[in-house]
Design a protein around this ligand. Structure first.
Ligand code: 9WN
Length: 455
């Protein structure tokens, strides 16, 4: 059956299958994105997974987030990977023996009893915690769920505000292409050119044992990922001391920071702390203002990434004032601010035109929004974040469209996401034109977000 016509039997089957994936990928305390390719706990994956798990078991969804947050560093950062000590060292690269968080990160407050990576991923967690609470408020209150996660979520947001405003303009910067979660986006091609790759023989990739090379980042990309991560580690993961040769303000990372800031405000209100709720709302509003001031491109009709390590383009006085340079690259990251409340009306209207227009083609050229412009010079329908359509991105866009009152489009996208999730056996990503699944299957966030869209 196709999603547009998914009947009661199709919905029941989808629910059953998604449940099988999520139960199969559960380790007892959290969920792996995929047992073969990603056998540990990932930060933003767990947030998306919790959003789906809340429909199966709110207690398990709470546990998912609490497990992740228990590996938080004393400086507030939530690491992008929490390693499972039972998994062999060579199952994933770079593993705990590369990051060495408990020793190298001791000065930045890394936990002593868990091994983690030292970088972060987008702050989707407060949003996820709020959605998990909403699934069963009585059970959440009984377990004191929000009271327990609130201080950790607040410390996480404080880390981003205090340690990551590298451009000084009020936004959080990412310091590694893995941080925005869109590893090999064409946005990073320019900034990465300035990074000398680690020698090819100095590390061994584990991902190619599970994925097709044509679907994955290249060896040259990996050499640069390794160099940047090793430099950060060798400076004790201290942001004030690390060279951060890669420093970018990414619109989707910041849009999620805004959405989570509003969710954190709702959490504080629920807990009766109006003063703290107001301060989170005010911070989210000021992030929104910075996002528009620093990353909006009226010419492109979308948000762009700002490369903080590049000089301004000739004659670009506005960019010069803001520091760095806007990257003229159309990533779907630039559309995700649709989830952020409080954008100026003309910005929202332009974003809606761009989603359905010639570059991203939602509803005209493709059924799910691609990760990068279909007509962009670096477009590749197979290679990871350089074209394929991803389910978490489309889930966020569905919410964004609905939030903007685009109910018909949101309903259509919802149906198409459900259809694609079943047809691709919960693929990691899809060729945006054919809809064929790529990457691994039985991928956790695909199953979780399909469950969420089923309602
Ligand atoms: C590096 C786990 C993660 C996702 C990212 C996705 C991919 C890792 C990798 O897998 O990144 O963090 O090894 O390629 O790009 O978004 O969180 O699913």
């Amino acid at each position: 059956p196709t999603g547009r016509t998914l009947g009661a039997a199709g919905r029941a089957r989808l629910r059953r299958e998604a449940r099988r994936v999520l139960l199969g990928n559960w380790t007892g305390t959290s969920t792996v994105p995929s047992p073969g390719l990603y056998p540990h706990q990932w930060s933003w994956d767990s947030a998306f997974i919790a959003v789906g798990l809340r429909h199966l078991s709110p207690a398990r969804a709470q546990r998912e987030l609490e497990t992740l947050l228990s590996a938080q560093w004393d400086d507030g950062r939530v690491p992008h990977i929490v390693f499972n000590p039972r998994v062999p060292l060579d199952a994933y690269f770079p593993g705990p023996d590369f990051w060495r968080s408990s020793t190298a990160g001791a000065g930045a407050g890394a936990p002593r009893t868990a091994e983690t990576s030292g970088i972060v991923q987008p702050p989707v967690h407060a949003l996820a915690a709020w959605l998990v609470h909403e699934a069963d408020p009585a059970a959440s209150r009984r377990r004191g769920f929000l009271a327990r996660v609130r201080p950790r979520l607040a410390a996480w947001h404080r880390y981003l505000a205090d340690h990551r405003d590298l451009g000084g303009g009020g936004l959080a910067a990412v310091v590694h292409p893995w941080e925005p979660g869109m590893d090999n986006s064409p946005c990073w091609d320019g900034p990465l050119e300035r990074v000398t790759p680690a020698p090819p023989g100095s590390f061994r990739r584990a991902d190619l044992a599970h994925g097709t090379a044509a679907d994955r980042p290249t060896d040259l990309d990996y050499g640069r990922y390794v160099r940047l991560a090793a430099d950060y580690r060798d400076h004790g993961y201290r942001d004030a001391e690390a060279p951060h040769r890669f420093a970018v303000e990414d619109p989707s990372f910041n849009a999620l920071f805004i959405a989570s800031g509003h969710a954190l405000a709702a959490i504080c209100t629920e807990l009766g702390d109006e003063a703290e709720a107001r301060s989170h709302s005010a911070h989210a509003a000021s992030l929104t203002e910075s996002l528009v001031r620093r990353l909006w491109s009226p010419g492109a009709g979308q948000f762009l990434c700002r490369d903080l390590r590049a000089g301004p383009a000739d004659g670009d006085t506005e960019a010069g004032r803001a520091g760095g340079r806007l990257l003229d690259v159309r990533s779907v990251a630039g559309l995700l601010p649709l989830i952020a409340p409080g954008l100026p009306e003309d910005v929202t209207a332009a974003l809606l035109r761009t989603v359905t227009g010639e570059h991203f083609g939602l509803g005209t050229k493709v059924r799910l929004v691609p990760s990068y412009a279909l007509d962009g010079p670096a477009f590749d329908p197979y290679r990871y974040w350089r074209g394929p359509a991803w389910f978490n991105v489309n889930w966020l866009l569905e919410r964004g469209l609905r939030r903007c009152g685009e109910t018909g489009r949101a309903d259509g996208l919802r149906a198409d996401v459900l259809d694609a999730a079943v047809a691709s056996r919960f693929a990691e990503y899809l060729d945006p034109y054919s809809g064929a699944g790529r990457g691994t299957r039985d991928f956790s966030w695909t199953a979780a977000l399909a469950l969420d869209l089923l309602g």
